[in-house]
Design a protein around this ligand. Structure first.
Ligand SMILES: Nc1ncnc2c1ncn2[C@@H]1O[C@H](COP(=O)(O)OP(=O)(O)O)[C@@H](O)[C@H]1O
Ligand SMILES: [Mg+2]
Length: 229
């Protein structure tokens, strides 16, 4: 099976009062068609890993390959292009721009890869409809509930049909009913051309993934994986 994200000897160290090796020479191949959950206590490095995979942060050392291309962290314009075209990102909160409506938040993310505004708007409406919020498209983020805002955030992450979806505790601020709905939508996005990776503290949702990865002592540990490496 083809891999789409391959990390090799990936390290991220922070230098605060003392050196912290958050991720220490990790190796892994994330495979298309699978959903991965990242678990581990607060501060173990889940966000650090997701920020590296989303190319927002650069590793201290090691490599990230996406679709067989080695990412060159010095080539900022290429990185922006890869991120816009291939990666959809959902955070715990503050996903949306407060001065823009739900619809604008979604379609603006398309304009960096394609200038066709009419198509961007039409495609955005289709996606928003699928998450059940077509009657909220003209609402500003402050006029959306937490669960609705996350459904718009998912819509935005999908606007460029990404092959990689990364979600960092996307339901961390939601009650169980809303969290379930978000994960229902997220799991429906599974496709054989896509990798979905999410971090969560919720054991129930973590166990729904094809592969559960614990980050511990700077390493990745596979727990009760349903797929073999
Ligand atoms: N910019 C930073 N500077 C220094 N230390 C950081 C920075 N970002 C994160 N850390 C530290 O790295 C560790 C991992 O953080 P993080 O990846 O946010 O963990 P998690 O998402 O699993 O809670 C923590 O000890 C955190 O304090
Ligand atoms: Mg985190």
């Amino acid at each position: 099976m083809s891999n789409i994200i391959e990390i090799k000897s990936l390290s991220k160290h922070y230098y605060a009062k003392e050196k912290i090796k958050v991720l220490n020479k990790i190796n892994f191949k994330f495979k298309k068609g699978k959903i991965y959950s990242l678990v581990g206590p607060s501060g173990s490095g889940k966000s650090t890993l997701l920020n590296l995979l989303s190319l927002i942060d650069r590793p201290t050392s090691g490599n990230i390959k996406i679709d067989k291309d080695n990412i060159n962290f010095d080539n900022v314009s290429k990185i922006d292009q890869v991120r816009a075209n291939k990666i959809g990102i959902i955070y715990q909160d503050k996903n949306l721009l407060s001065d823009f409506t739900a619809l604008e938040n979604v379609y603006i993310a398309r304009l960096s890869v394609d200038h066709d505004k009419i198509k961007a708007i039409n495609d955005s409406k289709k996606i928003i409809k699928k998450v059940g919020l077509i009657n909220r498209i003209n609402h500003y983020p402050s006029e959306l509930s937490g669960g609705e805002a996350q459904r718009i955030a998912i819509s935005r992450s999908l606007i460029n049909s990404p092959e990689i979806i990364l979600a960092d505790e996307p339901t961390g601020n939601l009650d169980h009913k809303n969290a379930k709905e978000i994960f229902r939508i997220l799991f429906k996005l599974k496709s054989k051309e896509r990798i979905i990776i999410f971090a969560t503290h919720n054991r129930y949702f973590a166990n729904m993934a094809d592969c559960k990865i614990q980050i511990i002592d700077g390493k990745m540990k596979i727990i009760n994986a349903r797929i073999r490496k």
